[in-house]
Design a protein around this ligand. Structure first.
Ligand code: AMP
Ligand code: GLY
Length: 419
């Protein structure tokens, strides 16, 4: 089978590495891909959001199956367009991807179906949002409604900070149209856990739990990023908590989407907080997380293409998905200055010194004259598996230390609070 992965970050590199292991895959493509992905897939020069261009590429190359990884093509309806063109495609349709692309929708769904989440209000008018903040006090959470690359959320510890966030979003247009509406939420406390589930709208197959590290600097300081590292599985996600999540959150969400006439097929990402009142939803995503996917898929034993096909064909319930024992850790090496302003084009050295048991997923790299150069905010995801979480983290950092580029930045405490 000829398979195409849409996207070009560390997540897509991990998906491509997974698919490349499948004996059923005869040829792997990735669009647009990146320097590292080119080691395992032929990269096609088509933007991830170019739906017409992607369909044309699928037809030209005779591709049999498409996996749409990033949020924006899903929100734009790439899977719907592929299906209409007779192409088998993995990922939610537009009317289901809205679970991620509109926080107003997802919060409304949770309220309607009694799925536990933080109390909230939605605002179109800035003065009303500001008045609400005055009334509620801090800490309080301000979120832009639409997609903002995981950065449209401000957890404000003071009223001043919350007011400034609202003004940035609603008046200064910091997140463009995504900030025209804001959601203001109760601030929850407790450890965060991410659980990604495969679902075909009927069966739900949770992957191993994971934990992302969203802040840019050690000790969870600095601005929110797309994610600076992740570990898998998280020790605090016990079988008891997993059972509660399945009963109160995962199954009700899939069923709610069916009842709304928006069946969800693909990967449903549950960002959870284990609060003193029990697990609550922080956010949904309609796709694999990045970087969570790098450690999670490093632990997968079952053929990834087989899972994707089972989801598309709605026979996920027949599969018994197998995971390795032990743990995995991924440390992101970013460009200095990310997520605000950073330069690209620095040569990356040391990649050839990394031992084979450590996998370096490329997030933002390009190949220039046979050399890898930095080409994004998040550059590499150095990933290792081991018998214990502590050993996996240690091993990933051994890999990190071998790699160099100018102004490289990484967190030194990925997973540290969990061991
Ligand atoms: P989100 O993009 O919604 O996942 O938010 C990004 C991060 O902000 C989350 O991973 C949490 O750390 C934090 N956050 C979001 N909502 C809340 C909340 N209601 N209470 C506390 N922290 C939150
Ligand atoms: N790492 C968070 C996300 O993919 O949304």
């Amino acid at each position: 089978m000829k398979v195409l992965v849409v996207g070009g970050g560390g997540r897509e590199h991990a998906i491509c590495v997974g698919l490349a292991k499948s004996p059923k895959v005869t040829k792997l493509y990735c669009a647009p891909g990146n320097g590292g992905i080119a080691q395992v897939a032929e990269c096609l020069d088509v933007k991830a959001t170019d739906i017409e261009g992607m369909i044309a590429a699928v037809k030209a190359k005779g591709i049999d199956f498409v996996m749409v990884a990033p949020d924006d093509p899903l929100a734009l309806g790439m899977v719907d367009a592929m299906e209409a063109a007779g192409i088998r495609a993995f990922g939610p349709r537009k009317n289901a991807a809205i679970l991620e692309s509109s926080k107003v929708f997802s919060k409304g769904l949770m309220k309607k179906y009694g799925i536990p989440t933080a109390a909230y209000e939605t605002f179109d008018k800035m003065d009303e949002a500001l008045a609400y903040i005055e009334k509620q006090g801090a800490p309080i959470v301000v979120k832009a409604d639409g997609l903002a690359l995981g950065k449209g959320v401000v957890v404000a510890s003071t009223v001043e900070e919350a007011r400034a966030a609202v003004v940035d979003m609603m008046q200064n247009g910091k997140f463009g149209a995504s900030g025209a509406r804001v959601v203001i939420e109760e601030c929850m406390t407790g450890p965060e856990v991410t659980v990604l589930c495969f679902t075909d709208g009927k069966a739900i197959a949770p992957m191993l739990s994971s934990q992302d590290h969203k802040r840019a600097y050690d000790n969870d300081e600095g601005p929110n990023t797309g994610g600076m590292g992740a570990i898998c599985p998280t020790p605090n996600y016990t079988p008891e908590i997993a059972a509660v999540c399945m009963e109160k959150i995962f199954r009700p969400t899939v069923e709610a989407m069916n009842k709304e006439g928006r069946p969800f097929k693909g990967v449903l990402y549950f960002g959870l907080m284990l609060t003193p009142q029990g697990p609550k939803v922080v956010e949904y995503n309609a796709r694999f997380g990045d970087p969570e996917t790098q450690p999670i898929l490093s632990m997968l034993e079952t053929d990834l293409l087989e899972i994707f096909e089972a989801v598309v064909d709605e026979r996920l319930g027949e599969l018994d998905i197998k995971w390795k024992s032990g743990a995995a850790a991924c440390v992101v090496i970013a460009s200095g200055g990310y997520p605000v302003a950073y330069d690209k084009g620095y040569e990356i050295t040391g990649l050839d010194k990394v031992p084979a048991d450590i996998t370096v997923f490329h997030a933002g790299t390009a190949l220039r004259d046979g050399k890898y150069v930095t080409n994004g905010g998040r550059v590499l995801g150095v990933t290792a598996t081991a018998d214990t979480l502590a050993a996996a983290i240690h091993r990933a950092y051994e890999g990190v230390k071998l790699i160099h580029f100018e102004k490289a930045h990484y967190r030194k405490d990925i997973g540290a609070k969990l061991i």
